[in-house]
Ligand binder design. Structure first.
Ligand SMILES: Nc1ncnc2c1ncn2[C@@H]1O[C@H](COP(=O)(O)OP(=O)(O)O)[C@@H](O)[C@H]1O
Ligand SMILES: [Mg+2]
Length: 156
């Protein structure tokens, strides 16, 4: 084992149930084992309603599993408290949401800056980095546009 890199994401026996203890209790994830290594590009594929978003919410630290263990970069995410999860999400996870979650009536630039604001990055550095990132995805002419003035792809 020595010298071998541990996976960046390591799931073992992940179970997710909704309405726990109620007669209509639903088990959506039945014990998922998954390793994702650094630099790996992984797609999770399955029919609608099969539990992809439920799993991604757990991987993204937006929700906790009912059972099982999840290590993100060696950190036990099932033991982390809400505040710690927020900090870890901010530093270690990037999301592209299906339903954007942008702040309305706020420019693309300010929307991109927001996570850096939460992370304590200074104003000048924040703006410079947000511009750089928007340029990277070809949106240099859309920085001052608000979410309702952007295409679906531009919002993502
Ligand atoms: N918060 C919830 N409470 C109860 N059932 C849920 C909840 N979220 C999702 N489900 C159910 O879990 C199943 C999987 O949903 P989801 O993970 O969104 O599927 P997918 O993303 O693969 O289409 C669906 O049947 C859905 O109705
Ligand atoms: Mg989904």
């Amino acid at each position: 084992m020595s010298g071998e890199k541990q996976p960046i994401i390591r799931l073992r026996g992940i179970v997710k149930r909704f309405y726990i203890g109620q007669p209509n209790e639903l088990e959506i994830l039945h014990g998922i084992d998954l390793d994702v290594n650094e630099g790996e590009f992984v797609a999770i594929v399955g029919e609608s309603g099969s539990g992809k978003s439920t799993l991604m919410n757990i991987v993204g630290a937006l929700d906790k599993p009912t059972q099982g263990s999840y290590l993100l970069d060696g950190i036990d995410m099932t033991a982390a408290k809400d505040g710690e999860l927020s900090a870890l999400r901010c530093r270690k996870i990037g999301f592209v949401f299906q339903t954007f979650n942008l702040i309305g009536r706020t420019s693309a630039l300010k929307n991109v800056e927001l996570p850096m604001l939460y992370n304590g990055v200074g104003a000048a550095k924040r703006t410079a980095r947000a511009k750089e990132l928007l340029e990277l995805v070809g949106m240099e002419k859309r920085m001052d546009h608000q979410p309702n003035e952007l295409s679906g792809g531009q919002k993502q």
